[in-house]
Design a protein around this ligand. Structure first.
Ligand SMILES: Cc1ncc(COP(=O)(O)O)c(C=O)c1O
Length: 349
């Protein structure tokens, strides 16, 4: 039987919410009314293989040719479409561990054999290229990493990405959190060469998840294959959200700055919390909307946290490491601070 579901997504949709919700991954919602100007909406438009002004906006933002842009419903569909285009059943993929579980789920669904390489807390979750090399076999078709890393938010810098690109197989970099590097934001890894395929969206850093505005950057021939495969899945995109997505692109800095103020406050609160809570381990990062915290017995701790303290966080089991949990920043600083206070209270007993 093929793997046909995601336990994490089901949990996120049905069980992650709480009064003090630390189980988020993206920033809070950017309200439609705060967009400086609304586009004239229309129901249908010329978007057979993506709406040209949206492809243009994505291309311009990243300094790439629009022929390299494949639009998709969020990074989720971008990843799936990339995997389904690049892989046949039985192909091997080398994926980081811990990893966002939708990556594993989608890879297993397309029939890939997933081999893992570790990103270790004691090494600040850095990618060790030798570990990646050791996981390669002649059947490896793709290396998959996230940058920033979900769950830890650790940034992988260009020299390491280049080394990954030199290993041979294509490298897919999920950059959905990369723009949360607010100063000196690194350029997309797509520029590192034709073996790089990048996926991303406006869902995590810009507060407009509901637009499902996602994309793949791939060399034009591959991008075309992905559009052709998408004919089977999605025919054409929903046009009204393409128009709103173009409007979002015209105001990206406004959207990002609004969220940054909340993320910055939350990061400061997290730093204070970690300094005052010795029972919890964590790699501190300068950027990102998530942090991965280590706590022996995290599973039962999170049950108590929810039942007795109305606070939720994402169990580490969804990343393959049960003694950890992920917290999310950037939604509401009062909620975040109170959620952390409740975590600290329970840790101290
Ligand atoms: C690494 C990673 N990729 C993709 C996604 C899905 O993003 P989207 O909401 O754009 O589909 C997430 C969501 O949490 C994620 O963490």
């Amino acid at each position: 039987m093929r793997h046909k579901h995601s336990d994490y997504m089901h949990w996120a949709k049905t069980q992650s919410r709480a009064r003090f919700n630390l189980a988020t991954s993206g920033v809070g919602s950017f309200p439609l009314r705060e967009l400086p100007s609304l586009p004239a909406l229309e129901i249908n438009g010329d978007n057979s293989y993506g709406y040209p002004p949206l492809k243009q906006a994505i291309a311009a933002r990243h300094g790439v040719d629009p022929d390299s842009v494949v639009t998709s419903a969020g990074t989720s569909m971008a990843n799936y479409l990339a995997f389904a285009t690049l892989l046949d059943p039985g192909d091997e993929v080398v994926l980081e561990h811990p990893a966002y579980s939708l990556l594993t789920d989608a890879l297993e669904y397309v029939g890939a054999v997933v081999r893992r390489f570790p990103r270790r807390e004691e090494n600040a979750y850095a990618i060790d290229v030798d570990e990646v090399r050791r996981a390669l076999t002649p059947k490896t078709r793709l290396i998959v990493v996230t940058n920033l890393h979900n769950p830890s938010s650790v940034l992988t810098t260009e020299p390491t990405l280049r080394e990954l690109g030199a290993l041979g197989p294509r490298v897919l970099v999920d950059e959905v959190y990369l723009d949360a590097v607010y100063d000196n934001t690194p350029p997309t890894a797509f520029h590192l060469g034709p073996r790089f395929v990048v996926t991303s969206s406006l869902t995590k850093v810009y507060g407009v998840s509901g637009l499902r505005c996602g994309w793949i950057l791939a060399e034009p021939k591959l991008a075309w294959e992905m559009r052709r495969l998408n004919d089977i899945y999605a025919a054409t995109p929903a046009h009204p959200v393409e128009l709103l997505s173009v409007a979002a692109f015209q105001n990206l800095d406004l959207l990002r700055d609004k969220a940054r103020r909340v993320v910055d406050r939350d990061r400061a609160a997290l730093a204070d919390f970690l300094s005052g809570t010795p029972g919890i381990s964590a790699v501190r990062t300068s950027w990102g909307t998530t942090a991965f915290l280590g706590l022996p017995g995290a599973e039962s701790f999170l049950s108590k946290l929810r039942e007795q303290h109305e606070t939720s966080a994402v169990p580490g089991r969804f990343f393959g490491v049960p003694d950890y949990f992920r917290v999310g920043m950037g939604v509401n600083s009062e909620m975040f601070a109170e959620g952390l206070r409740r975590v600290g209270e329970l840790v101290r007993g």
